[in-house]
Design a protein around this ligand. Structure first.
Ligand code: KIV
Ligand code: ZN
Length: 506
């Protein structure tokens, strides 16, 4: 029987705080629900002291999610800890996660405190958290650049104060696997009360070693890993959940430990994060990248046709990527549609299913073959969309090589209908100019990209738009068989997100 490695997902905290990955409360709830289905043990829902919005989101997640522990982050001071508790106390299994740095670099240049002072603060913080709950995690920030003996002393004292999880973060992604493994072994050997707490690790990816370091730590006795979906996070990101979970699963015989992750939910969860943040996953990303299971070389294809085992160490199905390409069409009914959605790993309520089914019917009237990717796009576009201030009601463009591109746009803005017409250098330009005028926005278009979701001539187009305004940046996404409509949807989606960020900032 293998031991359990606890998965502490920090997509909604370390992931969300990184550039371009901001989510609103509605989106965070959607992610939390998906993480619960994925089998995550602990969800770090946010940093409640950071803002009213963060506090509210953590509280709502704490209320909603029943099968995971919900952690709230707090610096090592009374105010942060009290606030974190206020946000998470409604949870079925709340956890306070408090932290302070232990490296001399941080102590000298950032905190301007001595080692003894920091030790005292750490112990006091754990004791404060302990007044509220037995489930207290302490993180020694910048642990990998700390003096090992001082780190052991802090770890021992916070455990004495009541910490039940001690986290060893590689905050700046400085560690290398053999050395990080040795550090975990050193802590196990030199902290006398270490058996009273779970050792956790939290690795950043500055040298591309976050997963390797986490695995080295597990090999040396760590039993909690902190990670994010798609590896999103501060700077180069955090250790990626899918890589850690699939390493332990695929190389079972090399480890005495495994996670509770439902691997078939990995890909839908990855897609959900991409669709919410608009930050695409690099094609060659392990496990969830578009090319992760694509075999191009003739020799590999030949081997695969003879036996999958030759070049495939895990199946796409095992991570939730369906290979049954051609699936539904205009004659498919609601039952088949629901079935397909559930097989893809999404759970929709009846109202959401009806909405998605209506859109599927409309799409299958325009498109002969509806692929899994098309269905996913419907879910992302129709169900997982952000709260909208503005919606596209109608778009008509005339263009060609003998006419001036002209767009007529009808929109619903704050519940009222507006319409305008304008020209541009091309149909997308004309539509964007009209939308810009209707929404009176001064934002700047920074990026515009179009991808085809599937390979056919009648494929849906997926458009990403990036906007900036007064230091804020927002990404929007839209999909449609008509590329101009997809572009308009993506532009409006980005404007809605920008609007949301402006209110959050103010
Ligand atoms: O990277 C880090 O050290 C952190 C801590 C708050 C755990 O994110
Ligand atoms: Zn971090």
């Amino acid at each position: 029987m293998s031991e359990q490695v606890f998965i502490f997902d920090t997509t909604l905290r370390d992931g969300e705080q990184s550039p371009g990955n901001t989510m609103n409360t509605q989106e965070k709830l959607r992610v939390a629900r998906q993480l619960e289905l994925l089998g995550v043990d602990i969800i770090e829902a946010g940093f409640p002291i950071a803002s009213e919005g963060d506090f509210d989101a953590v509280k709502q997640i704490a209320k909603l999610v029943k099968n995971c522990q919900i952690a709230g982050l707090a610096r090592a001071n009374d105010e942060d800890i009290d606030r974190a508790w206020k946000a998470i106390k409604v949870a079925a299994h709340p956890r306070i996660h408090t932290f302070i740095s232990t490296s001399d670099i941080h102590l000298k240049h950032q905190f301007r405190k001595t080692r003894d002072e920091v030790l005292e603060i750490a112990v006091a913080a754990v004791k404060r958290a302990k007044r509220y709950t037995d489930n207290v995690e302490f993180s020694a920030m910048d642990a990998t650049r700390s003096d090992w003996d001082y780190l052991c002393k802090v770890v021992a004292e916070v455990i004495d104060a009541g910490a039940t999880t001690v986290n060893i973060p590689d905050t700046v992604g400085y560690a290398v696997p053999h050395e990080f493994g040795e550090l975990i072994a050193y802590i196990r050997k030199n902290v006398p009360n270490i058996d009273k707490a779970v050792i956790s690790v939290h690795c950043h990816n500055d040298l591309g070693l976050a997963t390797a370091n986490s695995i080295a730590a597990i090999h040396n006795g760590a039993r909690q890993v902190e990670c994010t979906i798609n590896g999103i996070g501060e700077r180069a990101g955090n250790a990626s959940l899918e890589e850690i979970a699939m390493t332990l699963r695929t190389r079972k015989t090399s480890f005495t430990a495994d996670t509770r992750i439902v691997s078939e939910k990995i890909y839908p969860t990855s897609r959900l994060i991409t669709s919410i943040t608009g930050v695409p996953v690099q094609p060659n990303k392990a496990i969830v990248g578009a090319n992760a299971f694509a075999h191009e070389s003739g020799i590999h294809q030949d081997g695969l046709l003879k036996a999958k085992l030759t070049y495939e160490i895990m199946t796409p199905e095992s991570v939730g990527i369906s290979k049954s390409s051609l699936i539904l069409g205009k004659h498919s009914g609601r039952h088949a549609f629901r079935d397909r959605i559930e097989n893809l790993g999404y759970i929709l309520d009846d109202k959401e299913l009806n909405l998605a089914f209506k859109r599927f019917k409309a799409l299958s009237d325009m498109k002969k073959n509806v692929y899994d990717e098309d269905i996913e796009m419907i879910i992302m576009d129709e169900i997982y969309k952000t709260a909208e201030r503005a919606k596209l009601v109608y778009l008509n463009v005339s263009c060609g090589n003998t006419t001036i591109p002209t767009a007529t746009v009808k929109m619903e803005i704050d519940g009222n209908i507006f319409q305008d017409v304008g020209t541009g250098d091309g149909p997308v330009h004309a539509a964007f100019k009209v939308i810009k005028r209707l929404l009176k926005t001064t934002s700047k278009l920074e990026k515009f990209s179009v991808n085809s979701i599937t390979q056919d001539m009648d494929a849906q187009g997926e458009v990403f738009v990036k906007l900036s305004e007064k230091g804020l940046k927002a990404i929007g996404k839209g999909a449609d068989t008509d590329i101009i409509v997809a572009s308009a949807k993506a532009y409006i989606n980005a404007l809605n997100r920008l609007e949301y960020m402006k209110t959050k900032k103010s």
